[in-house]
Ligand binder design. Sequence first.
Ligand code: ADP
Ligand code: MG
Length: 442
Amino acid sequence: AIVTNVELPGGPKRKTRPKATAVVVAIRIRPLAEWIERYARSMPSLDGQPQVALIAPPGSRDARARDGGHKLYAFDHVFDPGNQEEIYDTLGRQCLDHALQGFNASVFAYGMTGSGKTHTMMGTPDDPGVIMRVCEGLFGPEFDGWSVEVSFLEIYNEQVIDLLSPTQLAPVQRGEAVRIKQSGGREASPALGRTFVASTRKASSVHTMKGLTVREHPQFGVYVEGLVRVAVTSAADIDQLLAQGTKMRAVASTNMNSTSSRSHAVVQLFVAEGSSGDKVAQLNLIDLAGSENAKRADTSGTRLKEGQNINKSLFVLGQCIAILAGADGVSDFAQRHGTGANGELLDAASARVTAAARYVPYRDSTLTWILKECLGGNSKTCMLCTLSADEANHEQSLSTLKYADHAKRIKTKPVVNEDTTKKVIRALQTEIKDLANELKQT
Ligand code: ADP
Ligand code: MG
């Protein structure tokens, strides 16, 4: 018999309207030697939103700087410099709470090279950062019976490098055969990420490193084809994998003649409640390339040199964030000013602007494509911006704060994930059992 209209256990899929949730923006100010006067510092505020003050450096072109004042920016959290535990308690812990409820969650670390992104995300064995603390939490009592899988990738020069794939980074000589891991099956889904067919190709150069392909599935969304996912049973497992991946990252940057400051590192944790439940969540923990690499090509005379420094992913990330922030501003504006004397006209005009502004170029870069959901979609997202307290970095600090200020205005639309595959399988299994029983009875 052909079974149609499988009745899902728990009734038909509920249609829950996603609630727009603002991106949480936090600033961490990297400490300086005691004797250096601090240029960036946290300031308390009256309305409960902590602020960052940039003490204008002498000779700054900033108008307010000439008056000897300082620029103030308010954020959800300001750590000056805070400690690893505090940052985990405020931001990492939230990711775990979201996952427990079946929401995806993401933390981006953004800031110039040397401002403390890696320190904050990875940390050191003695003083682990957000990532390892989140991993420890995943094996705590609350997650009893949950399964955890890890992916660790790097985006360098728009290529996706799998840091957990042992074969991808083997140094190869020109003309030598390289094994490339590919996802098996045509109907590729994230779940198929573990099925591989090795294919053999000729390397075209000494530094050949074939990036993985990013694809978009109508149901499963964006995924990296063939990306290794390792099932882990302890935080120590993850620690080992991340250490291994970080070593590979170093090898990769030597091979590619780059530094890690130009690449993005993305740790993905896929968690699922055990056999009885159906909660699933994806956590994305991202150590971005140094923000100084996002420079525009045309900002100074040294065009070529800077051109080489542009990190397309970082540049498009900035664009997406500006557009997402702006688009919301426009719709708010339309809401507030949509009626009245020229209401109709204004409506039409702002609708047009909104439609135009809403086009977000996620697919223009590898990073924004892979992390599309974290920016405007199904994820509770936190932007952690790191800041140098040194006035020598005025320009970068100002640009980081402007970026963070934009990020505050972004809203994502997280929904509780439903592991539909599991549900359908369970329904079919029940169906089979019922049919078998029927057969027995006849
Ligand atoms: P980034 O990844 O942004 O380039 P790092 O995290 O590597 O920067 O930090 C640069 C240096 O500053 C490292 O030696 C790091 O240990 C130190 N550092 C960064 N943030 C802090 C902090 N909050 N407290 C103490 N040391 C820090
Ligand atoms: Mg770093």
